[in-house]
Structure formats: structure tokens, C-alpha cells
Ligand binder design. Structure first.
Ligand code: ZN
Ligand code: ZN
Length: 287
């Protein structure tokens, strides 16, 4: 595994795929997001978990990321990572499952697992390759398993989180979601390396834009539940779909929780920055 100094010396484009824990590879590309006149970067990441006999892809990335994720996976397979046997997506939303059909087509032996509601409607040709899983169920990759665990921060009713039982890596989908600063060179860094990143602020912004229900819930209860899950599972690394990976759980998780609690206290600001159209004028009411 590359150490911190090697990674910081690399150009951001050369940092991926990145091994964030033994046999767990971060793949994908950034997405530009404009908000309050600032340019943020976010990830719609996919993670390849390599066992001794099989690999599992966690999430598929946004459709625009598929060529990059496929290239990253092929690099890893060429280095001897076992073939893809499973695809697990946390829920049915485009940044998480937008490459699902292409992954199943490219890897004809791969099985889709998790809550597989409705996927057969879009892909009836792959219905026989869909495997239902619920909390506590595991898939065997050889020497390690991927287990379904409680989705504390869930975007859809069908959400599950994944957990690698060997290296104790949590895959929380939309949990621990936050953007990063491209100008500061944060792309491809883990949260603890991105020292100039204001984690409470970017976590709060993401919750404000994408997790509107946090406005109407007591986030102290959710944060306590997150702490309990992390403690119960003995989580060592967190691999969020949208945030930078967390490698120091004790130090970094409280900063993200601070953002979630702060976002809950401010009114929702809407999901898109309003850009005035050139030449637009106020509409005149019909009389
Ligand atoms: Zn998401
Ligand atoms: Zn970036």
C-alpha cells in the first residue's frame, strides 16, 4: 500500500485506483458542483473489494464515470485481483447504480446483491442474476466477506450499507457525504490528508442539498446510532460514496457529525444554484 508521502507527491489524476485498506480499492472520478458561487468537487465512487477467490464491486459510479471505473477495474484485474463475482449497490439512485447494466453486461458471471427491488423491471434479461440480501447476510469472497449492515443514514427505504469483515471497512453509501476542494488538490486524497478541507462545513452543505429529511429529524439520535454501529462493528476505515475515505475514525467522524447537526438547524436552501438567464425579465401577469 502506498504511504501518505508518495500519494501527496502524485498528480491527482494518478492517485486512482487507490488502495485505502488492504484489498479495498477506491475507483472513480470527481463531479463538479456549483453552490453559492463556489466550485465544489464530489465523488460518486465505486470500491472494489478483493478476496482470495472473488471480488465485489460496491456501487457503480455515475454513468459518466463508467469508462473511468472500468479502466480502473481492468488495471486491478491485470495486477491479479480476482474476477468480479458480485456487485453490491447501496440503493437505486443514479450516482450509486447508474452503471449497473453495463457492469452486469461486461461481467457475465457477476451477481447483483443487496435490496434488488425493481431492478428486474429495467433489466429483465438479468433477473436470474439478482440475489436478495438483508441485514447480517454475507457474501464470501475468500478470506473475507461483505456483510449487509444497518443503514443509519439512508436515502431510500431500500438502502443497505456494506461491511468488509476482514479489514473492517464500512461502505455507508450516502452516509459521510461531503465535497472537497479541487483547487486545494484534495482529489484522490483521504480525509485526513486533505488538511485544508473544512469538514463540518462541507458535510453540512451536502446534507442541506441532498438529505432534506435531516431538517426534520433529531440528528443527535442519528449520530449516537452511528457511534454505536462503528463501535459494534469495530470499523477501522469508512469508504463513503460521495466523501473522501476516512482512515482515522476517532478523529474524523466527529467533524462530519458536527456538520450533520449544524445542517439540521438551518432552513433548506434548495437543491440547485439559481443562475439568472441572459436577457430574462420579470414575467408580466396576464390581465
Ligand atoms: Zn448518493
Ligand atoms: Zn476532485
Amino acid at each position: 500500500m502506498l504511504d501518505k508521502v508518495d500519494m501527496l507527491a502524485k498528480a491527482p489524476a494518478d492517485r486512482m485506483p487507490r488502495e485505502i485498506a488492504p484489498g479495498v480499492f477506491w475507483t472513480g472520478d470527481c463531479l463538479v458542483q456549483r453552490h453559492k458561487s463556489k466550485i465544489y468537487h464530489g465523488y460518486n465512487a465505486a470500491f472494489l473489494v478483493a478476496g482470495e477467490t472473488a471480488s465485489c464491486l460496491v456501487e457503480t459510479g455515475h454513468p459518466k464515470d463508467f469508462p473511468v471505473i472500468e479502466r480502473h477495474m481492468n488495471e486491478l484485474f491485470a495486477q491479479g485481483v480476482p474476477p468480479l463475482k458480485y456487485l453490491f449497490v447501496t440503493h437505486q439512485e443514479t450516482p450509486h447504480c447508474g452503471g449497473l447494466g453495463r457492469v452486469l453486461k461486461t461481467h457475465p458471471n457477476a451477481i447483483l446483491c443487496g435490496d434488488v427491488s425493481d431492478y428486474h423491471l429495467a433489466f429483465p434479461q438479468y433477473e436470474h442474476r439478482m440475489q436478495w440480501m438483508k441485514e447480517g447476510d454475507e457474501i464470501d469472497l475468500g478470506g473475507r466477506t461483505l456483510m449487509m449492515v444497518e443503514p443509519v443514514i439512508r436515502d431510500l427505504r431500500t438502502t443497505w450499507w456494506g461491511f468488509d469483515t476482514r479489514e473492517r471497512v464500512l461502505f455507508p453509501g450516502d452516509g459521510f457525504a461531503y465535497s472537497h476542494y479541487h483547487e486545494d488538490g484534495h482529489c484522490g486524497l483521504v480525509a485526513e490528508e486533505a488538511v485544508s478541507l473544512d469538514l463540518p462545513d462541507v458535510s453540512s452543505t451536502f446534507a442541506d442539498l441532498a438529505l432534506f429529511w435531516t431538517k426534520f429529524a433529531d440528528m443527535n439520535v442519528y449520530c449516537d446510532r452511528l457511534d454505536q454501529l462503528i463501535e459494534r462493528l469495530g470499523v477501522k476505515t469508512i469508504a463513503p460514496t460521495h466523501g473522501l475515505p476516512i482512515t482515522d475514525v476517532k478523529v474524523t467522524v466527529p467533524k462530519v457529525q458536527q456538520g450533520l447537526k449544524a445542517a439540521a438547524l438551518i432552513p433548506e436552501s434548495g437543491t440547485n444554484e439559481k443562475v439568472p438567464l441572459a436577457g430574462a425579465s420579470a414575467a408580466t401577469p396576464a390581465v
